[in-house]
Write a protein that binds this ligand. Sequence first.
Ligand code: ZN
Length: 143
Amino acid sequence: MSISKSEWEIMRVIWTKEEATSGQILEILGNKNDWTASTVKTFLKRLVDKGYLVRTRSGKSYLYSSTLTEQDAMNQQVDDLFDKFCQRKHTMILKHLLKETPMTLTDIADLQALLLAKKEEALDEVPCNCIPGQCRCKEHLGL
Ligand SMILES: [Zn+2]
Protein backbone atom coordinates (compact mmCIF):
# COMPACT_ATOMS: atom_id res chain seq x y z
CA MET A 1 0.00 0.00 0.00
CA SER A 2 1.47 3.35 -1.00
CA ILE A 3 2.02 6.07 1.56
CA SER A 4 2.40 9.78 0.82
CA LYS A 5 5.17 12.04 2.11
CA SER A 6 2.76 13.71 4.58
CA GLU A 7 1.38 10.38 5.78
CA TRP A 8 4.93 9.15 6.30
CA GLU A 9 5.73 12.20 8.47
CA ILE A 10 2.73 11.39 10.66
CA MET A 11 3.75 7.73 10.92
CA ARG A 12 7.19 8.80 12.14
CA VAL A 13 5.64 10.80 14.98
CA ILE A 14 3.48 7.84 15.96
CA TRP A 15 6.43 5.41 15.87
CA THR A 16 8.40 7.82 18.04
CA LYS A 17 5.64 8.38 20.61
CA GLU A 18 4.12 4.86 20.23
CA GLU A 19 0.67 6.46 20.33
CA ALA A 20 -0.56 9.96 19.71
CA THR A 21 -3.69 12.09 19.41
CA SER A 22 -4.33 14.27 16.38
CA GLY A 23 -3.66 17.30 18.63
CA GLN A 24 -0.18 16.01 19.50
CA ILE A 25 0.61 15.41 15.83
CA LEU A 26 -0.58 18.89 14.92
CA GLU A 27 1.66 20.33 17.64
CA ILE A 28 4.75 18.56 16.25
CA LEU A 29 4.12 18.90 12.50
CA GLY A 30 1.60 21.71 12.14
CA ASN A 31 3.98 24.65 11.83
CA LYS A 32 6.45 22.98 9.50
CA ASN A 33 3.72 21.85 7.10
CA ASP A 34 1.15 24.59 7.51
CA TRP A 35 -1.48 22.02 8.51
CA THR A 36 -4.73 22.65 10.36
CA ALA A 37 -6.47 20.28 12.78
CA SER A 38 -8.71 19.08 9.97
CA THR A 39 -5.74 18.40 7.63
CA VAL A 40 -4.22 16.14 10.28
CA LYS A 41 -7.54 14.37 10.83
CA THR A 42 -7.86 13.75 7.09
CA PHE A 43 -4.38 12.17 6.93
CA LEU A 44 -5.13 10.09 10.04
CA LYS A 45 -8.36 8.80 8.52
CA ARG A 46 -6.51 7.79 5.33
CA LEU A 47 -3.87 5.96 7.36
CA VAL A 48 -6.59 4.09 9.28
CA ASP A 49 -8.34 3.22 5.97
CA LYS A 50 -5.04 1.94 4.54
CA GLY A 51 -4.54 -0.23 7.61
CA TYR A 52 -1.40 1.51 8.87
CA LEU A 53 -3.06 2.90 12.01
CA VAL A 54 -5.69 1.84 14.51
CA ARG A 55 -7.48 4.23 16.80
CA THR A 56 -8.85 3.77 20.30
CA ARG A 57 -11.02 6.20 22.21
CA SER A 58 -9.33 7.98 25.08
CA GLY A 59 -11.67 10.41 26.87
CA LYS A 60 -12.75 13.05 24.37
CA SER A 61 -10.16 12.19 21.71
CA TYR A 62 -8.75 9.24 19.82
CA LEU A 63 -5.34 7.69 20.33
CA TYR A 64 -3.68 6.48 17.16
CA SER A 65 -1.14 3.66 17.09
CA SER A 66 0.69 1.85 14.32
CA THR A 67 -0.15 -1.62 13.03
CA LEU A 68 3.40 -2.22 11.80
CA THR A 69 6.89 -1.45 13.08
CA GLU A 70 8.97 1.35 11.65
CA GLN A 71 11.54 -1.23 10.49
CA ASP A 72 8.88 -3.26 8.61
CA ALA A 73 7.50 -0.10 7.02
CA MET A 74 10.96 1.09 5.95
CA ASN A 75 11.75 -2.31 4.43
CA GLN A 76 8.43 -2.27 2.58
CA GLN A 77 9.13 1.21 1.17
CA VAL A 78 12.61 0.23 -0.04
CA ASP A 79 11.34 -3.07 -1.51
CA ASP A 80 8.63 -1.16 -3.41
CA LEU A 81 11.24 1.26 -4.72
CA PHE A 82 13.67 -1.47 -5.82
CA ASP A 83 10.82 -3.36 -7.54
CA LYS A 84 10.73 -0.47 -10.02
CA PHE A 85 14.30 -1.17 -11.15
CA CYS A 86 15.74 -4.03 -13.17
CA GLN A 87 17.07 -6.63 -10.73
CA ARG A 88 20.39 -6.59 -12.56
CA LYS A 89 20.78 -2.92 -11.59
CA HIS A 90 20.14 -3.40 -7.87
CA THR A 91 23.83 -3.83 -7.02
CA MET A 92 24.60 -0.57 -8.77
CA ILE A 93 22.07 1.22 -6.54
CA LEU A 94 23.44 -0.49 -3.45
CA LYS A 95 26.95 0.69 -4.35
CA HIS A 96 25.60 4.22 -4.65
CA LEU A 97 23.91 3.91 -1.24
CA LEU A 98 27.05 2.48 0.36
CA LYS A 99 29.09 5.41 -0.92
CA GLU A 100 26.58 8.00 0.28
CA THR A 101 25.61 6.50 3.66
CA PRO A 102 27.46 7.74 6.78
CA MET A 103 28.80 4.69 8.68
CA THR A 104 30.67 3.71 11.83
CA LEU A 105 33.41 1.06 11.88
CA THR A 106 30.85 -1.28 13.48
CA ASP A 107 28.45 -0.68 10.59
CA ILE A 108 31.23 -1.47 8.13
CA ALA A 109 32.18 -4.67 10.01
CA ASP A 110 28.50 -5.76 9.97
CA LEU A 111 28.32 -5.18 6.23
CA GLN A 112 31.55 -7.09 5.65
CA ALA A 113 30.13 -10.06 7.58
CA LEU A 114 26.91 -9.84 5.57
CA LEU A 115 28.82 -9.84 2.27
CA LEU A 116 30.95 -12.77 3.37
CA ALA A 117 27.80 -14.80 4.16
CA LYS A 118 26.31 -13.65 0.87
CA LYS A 119 29.17 -15.37 -0.96
CA GLU A 120 27.51 -18.71 -0.11
CA GLU A 121 24.54 -17.85 -2.31
CA ALA A 122 26.34 -15.95 -5.06
CA LEU A 123 24.93 -16.36 -8.58
CA ASP A 124 26.87 -16.64 -11.85
CA GLU A 125 24.57 -14.04 -13.26
CA VAL A 126 21.69 -12.05 -11.77
CA PRO A 127 18.51 -12.75 -13.77
CA CYS A 128 16.70 -9.83 -15.43
CA ASN A 129 13.08 -9.61 -14.27
CA CYS A 130 11.90 -6.96 -16.73
CA ILE A 131 9.30 -6.98 -19.47
CA PRO A 132 11.20 -7.14 -22.80
CA GLY A 133 11.64 -3.56 -24.02
CA GLN A 134 12.05 -2.07 -20.54
CA CYS A 135 15.77 -2.66 -20.23
CA ARG A 136 18.68 -3.82 -22.38
CA CYS A 137 19.60 -6.94 -20.38
CA LYS A 138 17.69 -9.42 -22.52
CA GLU A 139 19.08 -7.99 -25.77
CA HIS A 140 22.55 -8.49 -24.39
CA LEU A 141 21.81 -11.93 -23.00
CA GLY A 142 20.29 -12.96 -26.33
CA LEU A 143 17.07 -14.22 -24.66
ZN1 ZN B 1 16.13 -5.97 -16.87
